[in-house]
Design a protein. Structure first.
Length: 227
């Protein structure tokens, strides 16, 4: 079974380096140590820090996929490409390094029949729902296996439909999560009755907004080591 952690990296600002880039080798090493049959796949462009790409290039479990430079934040969609060519894909943000809770949820999820697994570790989903902010499915950790549809085609539909949209265009902040809410998850529900969501203690009570369709499980402890 071909399994990957899929993520993306772009941007050359000091903030991007500190918040995202520097964590990539650490997460790849953690994956190598704890899930040695998985690959760490990084989609990147020429704006990504060269020292990080070099460090990753010598790691045996890393796959580097170079992309054309994207406009704004459109590169956030790259990580979803792995849904189409891997049997199991977990998309991850780089600001939260891989750690114990990832292992717990991934290992449990793989023993189930659920097509999609989501991990909720930071945001107030209930608050977003109350504000009608459609970031109901965050891209920081979402996994899928055996999808019966082509994600790239869905992305093309989203980009085409929202090309000039003032808030939802693909290069704007949160567009990759609007895509999950409006296109990806509805497509999943065409063939799946439920999805599995793991929730850390500090988010309990702030996530459970669709109990008729979602199965909730709870981590025993919050994520740690985020710095």
């Amino acid at each position: 079974m071909y399994k990957v952690i899929s993520t993306c990296l772009f941007g050359s600002s000091p903030r991007a380096y500190t918040k995202y880039a520097r964590h990539a080798p650490r997460s790849a090493k953690f994956l190598q140590q704890h899930l040695p049959d998985w690959f760490f796949r990084l989609y990147y462009d020429d704006t990504a820090p060269k020292d990080i790409i070099q460090a990753l290039s010598i790691m045996g479990n890393v796959q580097l996929i170079k992309k054309p430079i994207a406009k704004g934040r459109a590169g956030c969609f790259w990580r979803y490409e792995a849904f189409d060519d891997c049997e199991v894909t977990v998309c991850r943000d780089l600001d939260f390094i891989l750690q114990e809770n990832d292992l717990i949820s991934i290992k449990e999820w793989l023993k189930t029949d659920y097509t999609v697994c989501k991990s909720w570790i930071a945001h107030d989903r209930q608050g977003a729902f109350n504000r009608k902010n459609r970031r109901y499915y965050m891209a920081g950790m979402i996994g899928a296996k055996g999808l019966p549809f082509n994600t790239a085609s869905l992305i093309e539909k989203y980009i085409s439909a929202n090309f000039n949209h003032p808030t939802d265009a693909a290069h704007l902040f949160a567009a990759d999560e609007y895509f999950l809410t409006d296109y990806f998850i509805p497509e999943v529900y065409k063939t799946a009755a439920n999805i599995l969501i793991y929730i850390e203690p500090r988010c309990k009570g702030k996530v459970e907004i669709f109990p008729e369709k979602e199965i909730y499980k709870y981590y025993l402890a919050d994520y740690k080591g985020m710095s």
